[in-house]
Write a protein that binds this ligand. Structure first.
Ligand SMILES: Cc1ncc(COP(=O)(O)O)c(C=O)c1O
Length: 461
């Protein structure tokens, strides 16, 4: 319980907090859900109501909400050296050990680590490195960045531009010049008529190649993609998709930046989504589960050839002109190191593999629900897609508010889910048990039943 009454907290919130991704007036009118404490996969609000955190916060709190070893690791580091920096020739032990550990578990060849504090910052750093690299290798025209419609890469100027969602661009004057978007690989949403999955993959890969040729391959520097799109509605890539995409990238000498901000650290049932989908990143961005999100820390991992360009540019310019005050922050790094140690000791990959059928079979069973057009997922991330008609696959107009209704009904049933347009997403902490997965699925099913009743009463289907 908090010491301040919830009602006054709500008013103060309305008076002062700018809520990310919110309709400010609506939040002020309804009042925020104020979370006061956490335990395991559960969080508790200021009234003491318990919720199963089916989204692990923002796809992030992998070890749940009460891992004492992370608090102890932070306390130890706070006592020893609460802050130090790594500019120039300075360094510190937690940063060094974390960089080394990350390169050991990462896909082969990612031998160097550039730290930051958030996914967006690291995506921006990766974009800058694409530009820096091509300047060093004498290809200064090769600067355009391609990302995907519905993809999510954060909100900073480059990251927000790469994000393929209109509300991230609207009125922010984004995307900036030189950023292009290609197809979203959702076969359910964009497969045409009787097109097979293989034909769909061929068509959208063909569109990517046509885009590259139209722009001129000598002007395209990199392709950014999440192994599984998260905020775009949990879009799992169709079979063969990434193999074709990587073939095209290789053909035109285009760097592949893999955004593992959600998929990193076992979420898909392997340590990285890159292993699940056989991706060969030139750069890989990680954040969130790197520290179980207990403290902010992120990184871009890069290959020798990108690092060589960094070294070359630094020699030319006198310095590598990029750096953040909190890069490899020692307390954040110590907590990340402890997080990685816990993943190894508890074999988090094996645990996720064991839990996967419980979640994925439960979601698949919802495919028969009258409101659901598709159930999908991999590892411990998934979604069900709302539809008015299984035959036409038509979704609901977001203005009707069915998604928000289902989300609020899930809360009433003690479960936190997230509705992204017509997708109801689940992404529980990786430490979830079979019984907790069952509880999550029950809450989801009950919320969908409430949603179906509501949609029928309103005449929406
Ligand atoms: C795939 C992906 N990339 C980047 C980001 C941005 O990370 P942050 O919110 O830490 O800036 C997110 C955030 O959800 C994400 O899901």
């Amino acid at each position: 319980m908090t010491t301040v009454a919830a009602s006054t907290l709500r008013q103060r919130d309305a008076d002062h907090i700018v809520h990310p991704y919110a309709d400010q007036k609506a939040v002020a009118a309804s009042g925020p859900l104020i979370i006061a404490r956490g335990e395991g996969v559960y969080v508790y609000d200021t009234e003491g109501r318990r919720y199963l955190e089916g989204m692990a916060g923002l796809w992030s709190t992998s070890l749940g909400f009460s891992e004492p070893r992370l608090a102890e690791a932070a306390a130890r580091q706070f006592a020893k050296l609460p802050y130090s920096q790594i500019f120039g020739d300075r360094s510190h032990e937690p940063g060094i050990l974390l960089a080394e550990r990350l390169t050991k578990i990462a896909p082969q060849g990612l031998n160097h680590v550039l730290f930051a504090s958030s996914g967006s910052e690291s995506i921006d750093a990766a974009a800058k490195l694409v530009w820096y690299y091509h300047n060093q290798i004498g290809k200064p025209a090769k600067k355009k960045l391609i990302a995907r419609i519905s993809g999510y890469h954060g909100v900073t100027v480059a990251g927000g531009s790469l994000t393929g969602q209109p509300h991230v661009h609207a009125d922010f004057d984004l995307p900036i010049a030189g950023i292009l978007h290609t197809d979203c690989p959702s076969y359910y949403q964009f497969g045409k008529g009787d097109e097979s999955v293989a034909q769909f993959v061929e068509r959208i890969a063909g569109n990517l190649e046509a885009l590259i040729l139209r722009e001129g391959p000598e002007t395209v520097g990199a392709f950014f993609a999440e192994p599984v799109m998260g905020a775009g509605g949990v879009i799992v890539p169709p079979a063969g998709y990434f193999a074709r995409i990587q073939e095209i990238l290789r053909k035109y000498d285009i760097l592949f930046v893999v955004d593992e901000v959600i998929t990193g650290f076992a979420r898909t049932g392997e340590m990285f989504g890159s292993f699940t989908y056989d991706l060969k990143p030139d750069m890989m961005v990680v954040a969130k589960a790197l520290s179980s999100s207990y403290l902010p820390i992120s990184a871009v991992l890069l290959t020798d050839r990108i690092f060589d360009a960094v070294a070359q540019g630094a020699a030319k310019n006198g310095v590598f002109g990029h750096g953040l005050t909190y890069a490899a922050h020692p307390v954040c790094a110590a907590v990340a190191l402890e997080t990685l140690a816990i993943y190894r000791e508890r074999d988090i990959v094996a645990h996720v593999k064991e839990m996967t059928p419980h979640l994925q079979e439960g979601l698949a069973a919802l495919q028969n629900h009258p409101l659901i057009g598709e159930a999908r997922g991999v590892g411990l991330i998934g979604a069900v897609e709302l539809t008015r008609s299984k035959s036409t696959r038509e979704g609901f107009d977001p203005k009707l508010g069915l998604g928000a209704f289902i989300q609020s009904r899930a809360l009433a049933h003690g479960v936190i889910l997230r509705v992204l347009r017509n997708a109801v997403a689940v992404c529980p902490p990786l430490v979830v048990t079979p019984a907790e997965i069952e509880e999550l699925l029950n809450g989801l099913r009950r919320a969908l039943d409430d949603g179906l009743k509501h949609a029928r009463e309103k005449g929406w289907m």
